[in-house]
Write a protein that binds this ligand. Structure first.
Ligand SMILES: [Zn+2]
Length: 171
């Protein structure tokens, strides 16, 4: 997804632009491309961003540790302030690692809006905090201490038994 030069939006009809999304987002491990659209509107002192998007991600269940597929479906909207005070990053790399703490809340009015980064952040925010494969998922039952000891003793007994059998045949 191409970065949008913010002043360019002022020239667009109704100062709006729609970006159709049907692609893989490099930092997001998803099973399907991210599909949807992003709507941008230049509001003079702010940028109005809204999107509808969905994809399928593979998550690991917190309870049984199995992997399962989860449909991420988002419909976020946000106002990003266009603030002259926001430091324009001259060497703004198109692809960079973005942490969740770095959420964009304001941009320089003559800067760029990065739709891919923004969408990636929105998808990350929509990830379930508690990841469970199903409502009925059961935690795998570890062997109880008792069962472990019993198995150990049974093991020893069987060795003894076989020894005993060996001894009796030797006699
Ligand atoms: Zn599970």
């Amino acid at each position: 997804m191409k970065a949008i030069y913010i002043p360019q939006l002022l020239k667009a009809s109704e100062k709006k632009q729609e970006i159709i999304v049907d692609e893989w987002i490099s930092s997001l491990e998803s099973l399907t491309p991210v599909r949807g659209s992003i709507q941008l509107r230049h509001g003079g002192t702010f940028l109005e961003v809204a999107a509808i998007a969905e994809t399928i991600v593979t998550l690991t269940c917190d309870r049984c540790l199995k992997q399962y597929n989860h449909k991420l479906s988002i419909n976020p909207s946000e106002l990003i302030w266009l603030d002259k005070e926001t430091e324009a990053e001259k060497d703004y790399p198109l692809e960079r690692e973005v942490s969740l703490e770095e959420l964009t809340e304001s941009l320089p009015p003559t800067g760029y809006f990065e739709p891919e980064t923004w969408l990636y952040e929105q998808l990350c925010l929509a990830m379930p905090l508690k990841q469970l494969c199903s409502k009925n998922c059961q935690r795998p039952q570890p062997l109880s201490q008792e069962q472990q000891e019993k198995n150990l003793i049974d093991g020893r007994w069987s060795i003894l038994e076989s020894l005993k059998g060996k001894l009796s045949t030797d006699n």
